[in-house]
Design a protein around this ligand. Structure first.
Ligand SMILES: Nc1ncnc2c1ncn2[C@@H]1O[C@H](COP(=O)(O)OP(=O)(O)OP(=O)(O)O)[C@@H](O)[C@H]1O
Length: 301
């Protein structure tokens, strides 16, 4: 990953709200063109950190550089180069979706044709004439995302962009985000959907209590984690007792009509299951995911 001329550089960032420590000494660099995910439990400090990068909040301590500029105090040269979602308090609720986006586009001096193009991109063409206050939660969220994209910025910040989206809209947004990455844009985003982070992000930082506890590519985090591989065997082919006696099994449990085996080394166990269960038909293997690693690192069950 090239580190010369990065998109974002954070060095020892601290932020407290009164006595509440929200960000507690975070440093990392995001390369240009990178798709970077911020993951972590509720209250970990992700939004605060994103708002510091966006120039919406001032860090108590540390330095922030965004596209070579300091985002605080407000740098008007930087604003057209970064994309931010409309905050819910900043919607023009009496305007239609198209009028709202046209207003945002004018602020950034984006070309007028970008408005309808961006509405189409987020799937809002047929709601363009509806007032913002009459849009559904998911439609407002799409409009907020559109406001981050309408001026084709180099660096896009998205805070839980898929939180209120239905599964189809979520997949459609993934496609939009992949296209933006393909066009060389840098994307920094937060999500609680670990499958999404695993599918989209080049690297993720896992934030707990205002500190980064892990930062790497999803694959390397999964490989470095100790999450077990699970084998799911139909219960009519293998008893729990027989399962527990197989070599390399760390735990064996009955879950409905399946026996779930956990192992650190799936190869030998698969061979043993094949012998004990009379073949591998119907046997499923579930390898560790980013979610497993995340739950381990954040100490959640
Ligand atoms: N304006 C504020 N005033 C006081 N405390 C705040 C403020 N904003 C956030 N906090 C506190 O700072 C901590 C970090 O909050 P933040 O919103 O950054 O977390 P987050 O990781 O984005 O959480 P979530 O996943 O729930 O969105 C939390 O304990 C939160 O209660």
């Amino acid at each position: 990953m090239p580190t010369a001329d990065p998109a974002v550089e954070l060095s020892d960032i601290h932020k407290n709200y009164g006595t509440q420590r929200a960000v507690d000494g975070i440093s990392f660099t995001i390369a240009r063109g990178e798709f970077f995910g911020l993951l972590g439990p509720n209250g970990a400090g992700k939004t605060t950190l994103i708002e510091i990068m966006e120039g919406l909040r001032r860090a108590d301590r540390g330095t922030v550089t965004v596209l070579g500029h300091r985002p605080w105090p407000r740098d008007t040269a930087l604003l057209p180069r970064i994309g931010l979602q409309t905050q819910s308090s900043a919607f023009f609720v009496r305007l239609t979706a198209r009028e709202h986006l046209a207003t945002v586009a004018a602020l950034y001096r984006a070309e007028p044709a970008a408005v309808d193009r961006t509405l189409a991109r987020v799937g809002l063409t047929d709601r363009a004439g509806v007032r913002v206050e009459d849009l559904s939660g998911g439609q407002r969220q799409r409009l907020a995302i559109a406001s981050a994209l309408v001026h084709d910025p180099e660096l896009i910040f998205l805070d839980e962009p898929t939180a209120a989206l239905d599964p189809q809209a979520r997949r459609e947004l993934w496609q939009v985000l992949r296209e933006l990455k393909g066009a060389g844009r840098t994307i920094v985003y937060t999500t609680h959907h670990l499958d999404e982070a695993e599918a989209l992000c080049d690297r993720v930082a896992i934030v707990v209590d205002g500190k980064v506890t892990a930062l790497d590519t999803p694959n390397r985090l999964i490989a470095a984690g100790s999450a077990a591989t699970r084998l799911v065997v139909p219960a009519d082919r293998l008893t729990l007792e027989a399962a527990r006696a197989l070599p390399g099994v760390t735990t064996a449990t009955l879950d409905g009509d399946a026996v779930i085996l956990e192992t650190a080394d799936a190869g030998p166990l698969l061979a043993a299951v094949e012998r004990a269960a009379g073949g591998l038909h119907g046997v499923q293997t579930r390898t560790a995911t980013l979610e497993d690693v995340y739950l381990q690192l954040t100490n959640q069950p």
